[in-house]
Design a protein around this ligand. Structure first.
Ligand code: UDP
Ligand code: MG
Length: 338
């Protein structure tokens, strides 16, 4: 059975390489694939995406799929484009937000309405190449993985400043969070239904989907690819929005900053205690200790250190309350015998 599926995927891959060649008759997978496409101001990209996706679907033997466009408060004719496609192709569905809620909200809405046995998220601008899908299915159907994730190994075409901050962000996140995040990881990944169900159980309002993918766990195959430039239009993320997003991600998956005050406070207390002891000894032995300003500063440092330490301890309790309010499931089971 698995061998048969493999043959199908290999056949799909083969026909993919032969541009324009008709796809195999047998579809590359059984069941339904849901493709979630968050779109904000993507009127130009949508027809290009649709045409490209159909090509890949054809190379995979025209399996069953649904395209769920999530229109995220666009100010151009994105919704009209989507409606036109939906009127021509019943596999196209859409959700339209009342205003711009952001890509995270769009992905969440898409996952909630996805009906597929397999689910994937792709950007509308074709920066998440649909051509990776046959490889992703191969990993899931034949190599025993539960998901296959795309990872960008180059950042060509991106501004050097943006690349620098992106790298710095991943370093900081990996340093501060108990979980490990792969630099260059995209929101684009193919998942089995059960992963999406687990992701949907997390009900937090500040969502960082890439973090939730990691949090849910399961076996993931990483598929590296070189950055592809946006096919049409311009990026929808300003530098400032990216900075806020990074901070959101960091605070969603790490409570270490809350402990920082306690550490700084302890260091202050320790250093000022040492200074107080030195001053006292100097006074007792040499009777030349510095009075006034010096001893005052030592006392201030000691007390402010103590205050910072207490703040840090409060932070620890806040971190616990914060984690409770996220109401994430306590564990995720991969399989069981009963
Ligand atoms: N997007 C969205 N809502 C937003 C911003 C972006 O749905 O508020 C969509 C956008 O239309 C695209 C995807 O998210 O399909 C990725 O956005 P973009 O290509 O602008 O990001 P970049 O690739 O530059 O990081
Ligand atoms: Mg893009």
């Amino acid at each position: 059975m698995a061998g048969e599926a493999k043959d199908r995927v290999e056949a799909a891959g083969a026909s993919e390489s032969a541009a324009g060649a008709p796809g195999p008759r047998k579809p590359a997978y059984d069941g339904l694939l849901s493709v979630i496409i968050p779109c904000k101001d993507e009127a130009e990209s949508i027809p290009l995406f649709y045409a490209e996706f159909l090509k890949v679907a054809d190379s995979m033997g025209n399996p069953d799929f649904e395209l769920i466009f999530v229109e995220d408060g666009s100010s151009d004719s994105t919704l009209d484009e989507i409606k036109r496609l939906a009127s021509e192709d019943s596999r196209v569905r859409f959700i339209s937000f009342s205003r711009n809620f952001g890509k995270e909200a769009a992905m969440h809405a898409g996952m909630q309405s996805a009906r597929g046995d397999y689910v994937t998220v792709m950007d509308a601008d074709l920066q998440d190449p649909p051509e990776l899908l046959p490889k992703m299915f191969d990993a899931i159907l034949n190599e025993g993985y539960d998901s296959a994730a795309a990872c960008r190994i180059t950042r060509d075409g991106e501004s050097p400043l943006r690349s620098f901050f992106a790298r710095a962000f991943y370093k900081a996140l990996n340093f501060l969070s108990p979980m490990k995040f792969r630099e260059g990881a995209r929101d684009y990944r193919l998942m089995k239904r059960k992963l999406v169900d687990e992701i949907l159980k997390t009900d937090e309002a500040n969502r960082f989907t890439k973090g939730l993918y990691e949090w849910v766990g399961y076996r993931t195959k990483w598929i590296d690819y070189k950055n592809v430039p946006r096919r049409a239009g311009t990026t929808k993320w300003s530098f400032w929005q990216l900075a806020v997003y990074s901070l959101d991600a960091l605070t969603s998956f790490s409570t270490v900053p809350l402990a920082a005050a306690a550490v700084v406070g302890l260091v202050f207390c320790a250093l000022s205690s040492l200074a107080i002891v030195i001053l006292a000894v100097r006074q007792m032995i040499f009777h030349n200790s510095a009075f006034g300003w010096t001893s005052m500063i030592c006392a201030i440092f000691f007390l402010s250190g103590l205050q910072l330490f207490c703040l840090g301890m409060l932070g620890q309790y806040m971190a616990k309350i914060y984690n409770e309010t996220k109401r994430r499931p306590h564990f995720v089971i991969r399989e069981k015998s009963f």
